[in-house]
Design a protein around this ligand. Sequence first.
Ligand code: HEM
Length: 507
Amino acid sequence: MKRIITTLVILSIGLVSFSQSEKKMTTNNGAPVGDNQNSKTVGEYGPVLLEDIHLVEKLAAFDRERIPERVVHPRGAGASGYFEATKDMSDYTRAVLFAEAGKKTDLAVRFSTVIHGKGSPETARDPRGFAVKFYTEQGNYDIVGNNLPIFFIRDAIKFPDMVHSLKPSPETNKQDPNRFFDFFSHVPEATHMITRLWTDLGIPKGYQFMNGSSVHGYKWINKAGKVTYVKYSWISKQGEKNLTAEEASIQQGKDWQHATVSLRKDIADKNYPQWDLYVQMIKPEDIHSFDFWPLDATKDWPADKIEKIKIGTMTLNQNPVNYFEQVESIAFSPGALIPGVEPSEDKLLQGRLFSYFDTQRHRLGPNFQQLKINQPLEDPKNYNSDSWNSAGNKRFENPDVNYQPSSKASLSEDTQYKQSETTLTNVTITQKKITKTNDFAQAGDFYRSLTKKEQNNLIKNLSGDLGQVTDKNIQMTMIGYFYQADRDYGMRIAEALGFSAKDFMKK
Ligand code: HEM
């Protein structure tokens, strides 16, 4: 009797699980799969047959599951939600998402660390990527920023070398302060970013607890073609919270994926994270009126001189259901712009305009914009065509015409959206550093704005890493930069590294 009952229970479990999965499995070419558990063999105990196409295709798909990880920012977490404008900015920009208070625009974000690989800990001292893709009715608009409002360098030509110095050594495969401080000792403009990054801002407690910035200035263009330079800031409504170096090492021992986990959890618990978006504006005629060059990415736009105006709020209310399709495959670019926003002359930004679309052709394939997460609301309409995985080339009314201009083509330009015009006089084409470098003043201002505790942590964090550098000349050059930012700052780092005034006199 007991045996009969057990058999019935087993049978009924089988029936329940059978009736739960009503949708039937198919192969990639759509044919039903009869058995997904047993390979086709020669007899019960014989070898496996190559003609088991389902098995072979399943393994082949598995073999190709990984794509190249992002060359920087490989580790990240994503979410989607919406932006709600709180102010009509149409006097300054024709960008549709900022056109009227109350206007809502869907968006997707990806937050990331920068240097280490896809499976690295989220406790690293590193800038955090803060990338937002707005799906507007005039195309996708990306603000691809970071949590800190400035960057290490001002010219894209230095970026590959900087990243090489920060990545693990090609010889030892270890990240090494000897290498990156060697690089930075030749790059005084990095002093400001180093100062911010080695405070506790360098390890945000979680993605919800960091602010964001476009870092670069962009150009807003209104309907009349008037240009305004703008810089964006995202201010976390959860408050800015960071980990000290000690807290980060405890966190790492417990759970080093905490940032991804806590973002997902807050969204799942309907505790939706929010950020307010602020804009700062500079008129073109005022752009030269500061003691720094506002289109130099190593410089902040001080809020006491250039007002921050709130223009909307972002809410994240959906977790991705497929990480690969919605986060790994999302492709952001500072070049994804819509009418009303154009690049500024920032030299770092200009290099980025090339680099992102280019790397995505390599990482995701030439038709990466046809992947669902990257598709604009309206199907793109142009005659770019073909190549690998092309699935979206529209043939329009006349499938024979894939060129333009043509008397038979169904597409034409919308001339109201021409790019803005700039008149240049007395222009020299040149290749040199900007004159107004002002490499240290803002680093000093920032140091002096810190509380005593924040300054102490900066000195501890920075001297801890700089202390690992074996070349005294590199250490002394870096100290010289910190000293030029602020005398106390430089002296304290020197003291923490065991230098005396005499050491500098000898130099
Ligand atoms: C010339 C300087 C720079 C170059 C050449 C560069 C290049 C790149 C490349 C190639 C990627 C990988 C993109 C992908 O695979 O989809 C990337 C990602 C990223 N970069 Fe940059 N970058 C530069 C500077 C910056 C700056 C200044 C910022 C911040 C304002 C920034 C923020 C980001 C972010 C947030 C991502 C990750 C985007 C995502 O989540 O997919 N980068 N960068």
